[in-house]
Design a protein around this ligand. Structure first.
Ligand code: HAM
Length: 429
């Protein structure tokens, strides 16, 4: 047994090369490559461009964007003061950094509607459980500069198209409108009026939320809080006319696209920045952590972060949860083939020859690897199988004398002598 003195921190995981012993898909890099390439292809098809932002940002950015009364800011951020005295936080979500970059780099000058996407590690100090990590990863998009419900429909249908392309079954799209900042003020007043007499029975967290940021009471994960709020007023009853029209038009577009959804008037999501559209895509295949993706519109946020008044909408989609759902549903994942050739030298001179041959093959564009351990042929062939090499190239003293190699097709097990000069050509076919 190796000395396990150092293990990955709680709530994190390693993602490793594929192998039979990789039992969780969330730990298998091949699955990640596939998922990311499907996402990137789709983003290209929908006209979204990639942005990459730093892993950490000023703490103030997240306090301002996500909101002071939220669980993320109150309990879940990895924040620290640097040696130079700066207050820094590992990004707990992808929207605020993307918008900070948009404002700082004046992206709107070249792109009146900027359609951006990202693939990012995200850090939240949460209680670890299946599908809930302290470092997880998201792919996400943010469409900035367009305010109509047509772009909302595009963003939502992009997320649904992604899940469809991966082959995930049994998804539910939950949809709500959280209105404007003004309509929410009216709603929160009604919510507080309803909740006040119930406060003594509520959790300490919800009592604090009542005082600081009452809308966040609806995020409580405590069952008794949820029960107490069952008859609370609904946001949808307080919508302003424009938000209602926006919501109706969005529904019309989704109907036209054939995207089905459920209206959930209680869906508020745990961020203060949302206005109007909010949505979540859920799967029953990840256990208690059912949200695979979530997003919404944030028409005030860019202005709040110091940019020009610019509307926006986006979503974040959890990569680990998506892989868990794919594994639970036993979805067929295209397998990636290994190198064209695995060189198996038999003896010292053959090994010298293979070192040069390997370099030549690679220069000619052939993906190739070789055995560096001097093991028996049987073991080398097993290794060729393990890495899914298409061919094993066997070279011993007699082959060397004749200027040939035995090329063994790893699928058919057929073996053919090929002159070394023609090897690259043969392997490229
Ligand atoms: P979020 O709902 O907090 O939204 O996260 C998006 C997705 O990330 C979730 O649906 C879930 O799949 C995954 N996720 C969240 N927390 C964890 C965790 N601890 N472990 C594993 N997966 C997790 C946002 O972050 C917003 N920025 C989305 C957005 C973009 N809204 C507008 N634009």
């Amino acid at each position: 047994m190796p000395d396990m003195r150092y293990v990955a921190p709680k709530g994190t995981h390693d993602i490793l090369p594929a192998g039979n012993d990789r039992k969780d898909w969330a730990d298998d890099i091949e699955k990640w490559h596939w998922l990311e390439s499907v996402f990137q292809d789709l983003c290209a098809r929908y006209g979204y461009e990639e942005v990459r932002t730093p892993t950490f940002e000023a703490t103030e950015l997240f306090k301002r964007a996500v909101g002071e009364g939220t669980d993320i800011v109150n309990k879940e951020m990895y924040s620290f003061v640097t040696k130079g005295g700066d207050d820094i936080t590992l990004r707990p979500e992808g929207t605020a950094p993307t918008l900070r970059a948009y404002v700082q780099n004046r992206v709107w000058i070249e792109r009146p509607v900027a359609k951006l996407y990202y693939v990012a590690s995200i850090f939240r100090y949460e209680r670890q459980q299946k599908g809930r990590y302290r470092q997880h990863h998201q792919v996400g998009v943010e469409a900035l500069g367009a305010q109509g419900p047509d772009i909302d429909a595009e963003v939502i249908s992009l997320a649904m198209a992604f899940f469809r392309a991966l082959g995930i079954p049994r998804l539910t799209l939950k949809l709500n409108s959280v209105g404007t900042v003004e309509s929410r003020v009216r709603y929160v007043a009604a919510l507080r009026e309803f909740a006040e007499p119930l406060l003594p029975k509520m959790s300490a967290d919800n009592q604090r939320r009542f005082a600081e940021n009452a809308l966040r009471m609806l995020d409580s994960k405590e069952e008794r809080d949820q029960e107490l709020l069952v008859d609370a007023p609904l946001l949808t009853d307080y919508l302003d006319d424009d938000s209602r029209t926006h919501f109706d038009k969005l529904r019309g577009y989704l109907d036209a696209f054939g995207v089905s959804y459920e209206i959930d008037p209680r869906l508020v999501r745990g961020f203060d920045y949302y206005t109007r559209t909010a949505f979540e895509i859920q799967s029953p295949d990840v256990g208690s952590q059912s949200a695979l993706a979530g997003g919404g519109r944030y028409d005030r946020l860019i202005e709040d972060l110091g940019g020009p008044a610019t509307p926006g909408i986006g979503f974040g989609l959890g990569i680990e949860r998506t892989l868990i759902a794919l594994q639970t549903a036993q979805v067929d994942v295209p397998s990636v083939s290994g190198p064209a050739a695995f060189l198996c030298p038999l003896g010292a001179s053959a090994r010298d020859a293979c070192v040069t041959l390997l370099a030549q093959l690679r220069d000619s564009g052939v993906s190739a690897d070789m055995d560096y351990t001097g093991r028996k042929l049987k073991v080398m062939l097993e290794q060729a199988d393990r890495i899914r090499a298409r061919n094993a190239v066997i070279l011993g003293d007699s082959e060397l004398a004749e200027g040939i190699a035995q090329v063994r097709n790893m699928t058919t097990k057929e073996q053919t002598p090929v002159p070394l000069k023609e090897l690259a050509q043969a392997l490229l076919m």
